[in-house]
Design a protein around this ligand. Sequence first.
Ligand SMILES: Cc1cc2nc3c(=O)[nH]c(=O)nc-3n(C[C@H](O)[C@H](O)[C@H](O)COP(=O)(O)OP(=O)(O)OC[C@H]3O[C@@H](n4cnc5c(N)ncnc54)[C@H](O)[C@@H]3O)c2cc1C
Length: 535
Amino acid sequence: MTHEVFNQAPPLVDYDITEDSALLEGITREGAAWAAGDLHRLGKLGGTAEAQRWADEANRYEPRLVTHDQYGHRVDEVEFHPSWHRLMDVAVGAGLAGAPWADDRSGAHVARAAGLFVWSQVEAGHSCPISMTYAVVPALRAAPALAEAYEPLLTSRVYDPGLRTPLAKRGLLAAMGMTEKQGGSDVRANTTAATPAGDGTYRLRGHKWFTSAPMSDLFLVLAQGPAGLSCYLVPRVLPDGTRNVFRIQRLKDKLGNRSNASSEPEFDGTVGWLVGDEGEGVRTIIEMVAMTRLDCVVGSAAGMRAALSQAIHHARHRHAFGGPLADKPAMRAVLADLAVESEAATALAMRLAGAVDRGEEAFRRLAVAAGKYWVCKRQPAVVGEALECLGGNGYVEDSGLPRLYRDAPLNSIWEGSGNVQALDALRAVRREPDSLDAFRAEVARAAGADRRLDDAAADLDRNLAERNDPEARARWLVERMALVLQGSLLVRYAPAPVADAFCATRLAGHWGHAFGTLPRGLDSEAIVIRAATRF
Ligand SMILES: Cc1cc2nc3c(=O)[nH]c(=O)nc-3n(C[C@H](O)[C@H](O)[C@H](O)COP(=O)(O)OP(=O)(O)OC[C@H]3O[C@@H](n4cnc5c(N)ncnc54)[C@H](O)[C@@H]3O)c2cc1C
């Protein structure tokens, strides 16, 4: 032996992910304190070495496309490592898929969002089909007969994988196909055609360039019907047990999200059932997209929290220049700055989930759009900085940070890429004034509590009133909207050091262009202690 190994941080294992003050206070505030016991169980499972192994294996042994069986018949199946199935089983069993739609308890959507926040810290990729299954339910209600048949299975807590007749299964997964080669954001460019078959069903012909989770049972698919772009429910297996045509050409070779399969399917005589009115495809599927956008906020908040936990854990155990890294003022400033960002994202995610429970439609419309833009944009920056806190170890796969880093940009791309999302928020401001009223009313609840917040809110109002060239300023305006909203939540609910740091930096501008550039006079130590009390 050439040397003794010392001063390496122990693995962050056997801890409870749910022991997170910002999260626990959030669920209490938003009416889901009753779920704390289940969330702690989920958090403890997520902190085990076993769950961490599932996450690692689900990404290391990637899904494999099987186009044909041994006799040459097309099967278009995707094989997953058993660890993927374990992650899915826990997620569906914990009610993170469609369950809250069948749960009358007040706070059910908050409880589920909190569960997703906790469990997707273990592994983000599998939250894609979980999220789409959650999100499909309100959209499917536009076709009451289909909803009546399938909703009980989409809201089930049983994970029942495999391609079989949907109604013969104990639980279903759903996904969506919108993006085509010639256009993803601009879905009006879709060329997939849907022709009436004369028996009330349609036959689809065309392709999709991205369709994630192709092993799902049901898909909402956009296609050009006789009256324009319409939404169709496409099952992988037809009610008579035969396979619907769903030819998977390829799986994407992606930057991250590698545990999850994202496919390019082709439709040719594929059976679809109309959902919503003909020609109203976007209006119909937007009900699903609105919910997946909420989950993008939750997922990005989770990705940031997961990275922050690793950074604080490492900095507390690693010594350099005579003491723990976490005690070095420059490192403490970085950790505090990251913790503020993480808490702001967590508070907003829980507030948005609460808006679902309380049916605050107008508020949700604008706040989810702005929140999706901003929280998802912050994730790569936060994870990159957290990774650096681990030094060279953070750049090495064993630390888990590279996976978090590869996954980080995704939420900002799908379900409305940055510009599209910012423009969507501005569209809500312009065309749905009640959403702006609801947004202002929410911010006004914090009025008078912090002058910097009041000034930022007034400045935002002045800028929103200006009509010249709003598209070019979309990102700036929507960023400010999200910051003002986050600031209002932190001023009302977070401990003073966190709210003070947020207002000084994000609202009053006493901040640099990298994390760790907090101005003098803030209580960085209290901020880090709050974020780190649990491990
Ligand atoms: C891993 C992964 C999984 C996916 N899974 C699915 C899935 O399951 N189902 C599905 O339907 N899609 C899926 N997508 C596709 C995704 O939703 C699209 O990639 C996304 O909507 C952007 O569309 P696009 O790629 O065609 O880019 P484009 O629409 O060409 O956009 C390119 C860039 O231009 C910007 N832009 C677009 N319009 C404007 C404008 N008017 N003004 C200014 N800027 C603009 C966008 O913000 C973006 O940055 C997935 C994507 C990825 C990466």
